[in-house]
Ligand binder design. Structure first.
Ligand code: ADP
Ligand code: MG
Length: 361
């Protein structure tokens, strides 16, 4: 069942349109992540859903009811911010109960809710402290707890983990995913970090310049990106791209010719192609191997990183940066010229001008 539906939602500040007609359908209980580069409109879109920001056009519905004119406090949502936004002069307990007193909950109800939520988030030992006496991770737990006690129909998170150090971020990622499993609520989570998006989401909306470039399950987006932007944004290290032309098309085989004239035979059955078209070949770093025999590409190595169990090789082919992600260890190092083979099963082809995928629907 749809819980949150956006129809052609728009936002302008003066003459500048920052949200350019967003359509989304988020189902009851889904964990949906809005991901995209800084400034693409993630926070604006989230604030429009919350009611903290007015909308310039379109329609927002929650549980089948249009909420365009419903005040933020009456939308049944709770928001968690990057900055925590705790009241510094209040104890943890007071921070948790504050929202509830505002909506006339009885004292015993408040006590029991705070008891169970603080246990669930492991902040029950901290109830009498003030925010300044908490670590970053503890503060973020209190901020999440404050949202949980309000029992919202939808949780909205705006980069809640950005202020935490890397290790704590990974822990909290797991805790929020766990919270979602326990509560089963619809959650919308904004981040610029594609790893957070991939690991936490049921559905990802990839945003760019105020538009949704692709909406789907994480692996669907990873395996079948709609365009070069999505292909390059989702996945780490990012996908490699080499520009060229379709030199020959022969049934289900194509000859791809790079700018410097290297020819690569590729399977063409999955793609809509025409001879002479300018296309960009995409392949992920983990879909490359160092060629034993004939190579697809010649790569000049700039640097190699040895992590023991895996290695990364960074180099250049013509003017395109090429990254290899290899299992195990490698003896390749700076200055080497290597031949590289591309796994034919995992290639992507894009129209170079529009950036759109050429994969058949
Ligand atoms: P994100 O959260 O993805 O980093 P934002 O939603 O904060 O992006 O911002 C999207 C765009 O809208 C940016 O270009 C930003 O400068 C602009 N913007 C945000 N708030 C305002 C405002 N109050 N007035 C004018 N422009 C704004
Ligand atoms: Mg933001």
């Amino acid at each position: 069942m749809s819980q949150l539906v956006l129809n052609n939602v728009r936002k302008s500040y003066g003459d500048v349109e920052v949200i350019k007609g967003v359509d989304l359908d988020i189902k009851q209980g889904e964990f949906c992540v809005f991901v995209g580069p800084s400034g693409c409109g993630k926070s604006t879109l989230l604030r429009m859903i919350s009611g903290l920001e007015s909308i310039t056009g379109g329609k927002i519905s929650i549980g089948g009811e249009v909420v365009n004119d419903v005040a933020a406090a009456d939308r049944g949502l709770a928001m968690v911010f990057q900055s925590y936004a705790l009241y510094p002069h209040m104890t943890v307990r007071q921070n948790l109960s504050f929202g509830l007193e505002n909506i006339n909950t009885s004292k015993t109800d408040i006590e029991s809710k705070i008891g169970s939520v603080s246990k669930m988030l492991q902040i029950d030992m901290l109830l009498d402290r003030k925010p300044k006496d908490l670590s970053g991770g503890q503060r973020q737990r209190v901020a999440i707890g404050r949202a949980v006690v309000r029992e919202p129909s939808i949780f909205l998170f705006d980069e809640p983990l950005s202020n935490l150090d890397a290790e704590l971020r990974v822990d909290m990622r797991g805790e929020i995913a766990d919270l979602h499993r326990r509560l089963g609520n619809t959650m919308i989570y904004v981040t610029h970090d594609q790893v957070e998006a991939m690991t936490m989401a049921d559905k990802i909306a990839v945003l760019r310049f105020g538009e949704v470039e692709q909406f789907g399950a994480p692996l669907e987006i990873y395996n079948r990106p709609n365009n070069i932007f999505v292909a390059g944004f989702i996945g780490s290290p990012k996908m490699n791209f080499v520009e060229g032309v379709v030199a020959k098309l022969d049934g289900s085989n194509l000859t791809f010719k790079t700018k410097s004239g290297a020819e690569i035979a590729l399977p063409a059955a999955d793609f809509d192609l025409s001879e002479g078209a300018n296309v960009t070949l995409g392949f992920r770093p983990n879909h490359l191997t160092i060629a034993e025999g004939a190579a697809d590409l010649k790569v000049t190595v700039r640097d190699a990183e040895q992590l023991g169990g895996e290695s990364f090789v960074f180099g250049q082919c013509d003017d395109a940066p090429i990254t290899l992600h290899l299992r195990g260890q490698t003896d390749v190092d700076h200055g080497a010229e290597i031949g590289v083979a591309i796994d034919r099963e995992h290639i992507h082809l894009f129209d170079t001008d529009s950036g759109n995928t050429l994969r058949k629907a």
